[in-house]
Design a protein. Sequence first.
Length: 409
Amino acid sequence: MREFYEFDEQQYERKGRIWKYIAVAVVFALLGAIGMYYMLPYISDDYSENAVVTPNEQEQKVAENDEANQEKDKAKLPELGYKGDLFITSDNPVVEIAEKVGPAVVGITNKSIITYRDWFFGDVYMQEQEGYGSGIILSDEGYIVTNAHVVEGAKELYVVFQGEKQVPAQLVGMDTTSDVAVVKVDPQVFKEVKYAVAKLGDSDKVRPGELAVAIGNPLGHDLAGTITVGVISAVNRTLVVDQRPMKLIQTDAAINRGNSGGALVNTKGEVIGMNTLKGSGAEGLGFAIPTNEFLPIVRELIQKGVVVREGDKPGIGIWGHEITAAEAKQLNYPQGILVRAVVQNGAAAKAGIQPGDVIIGFNDKPIKTFQELKDAINQHKVGDTVKIKIWRDGKEFTLPVTLEPLQEE
């Protein structure tokens, strides 16, 4: 019996197509695997963001957000200090320092009004006086740092540039504890004068024996831009000034009255300190506030206008006399606190309170004694705005007063 084989063409084609399908499936599977490999990190990130967050993770995220917000707040501050290289290359750098850093040091004129009042007859007498000091330009936006004692009590402030160009300035804020203040001029003024922005150095790296150059206006603006040279005599000197401990750099570069607020500069042309006082009873004793000490205070003054420290007590900045019931009847005054004097640029002065006013209310509550006023103030904190009711020449009105740190006498 003969056997024969019949070739089934359709069955052969079906078998061939199956292998093709298998090959295509394998290719797509490989492509899918490769795609998942590259997409997995992104899918994992999305999943982790949508995953359940534990309380600790939530606190960590809040902390990270707070840090990010703080960085944003810092970004709002003006850039302080020149960031470029001054290229002080000479064997005798003092000449180049005088030329390049000198224009960053200005004179400051403080015009204040001393008010006297004859409490018996009620007459008021005013006398104008002027004080002089120095300052350091910190930014192209017009911010200048100086000593608080240079601007304290100012009714008017003026900045004097090289070439004797004098322009009005406003007080941004001052901190008597650190003896640091910030004033500001209109930045448009810089188009009309020769000036420079000071380059700030790291005062923590200052070593005794280094060359030190002091720039300022000793004895007034007639000697503006005076350069004196010495060395760093010591660092981290702690002196008690007006019952306040201050950490200072000591130098034998000559510093005199009027130099206050000027620059102490190193050989690189960097400001490493702000000249603040001269030792009494001896020559060659000058002191400067280190840059790393005054710079954070400058930033806070620019941001808030005041420096708030833990434990600071609020105050309004007045000296006064308690009017008793008998005195009120005799003088035809209301019972309250008679303002004898106000602290210049203090909270009361900024609000418009004047010598001769009588404080009769605080936040809609009557005030008759110092203790009542003190208790009312102590219920608030530095930076709070309160309403103080005033009697003046027979009229009553209320003024908003923003409380500031109490200046201890």
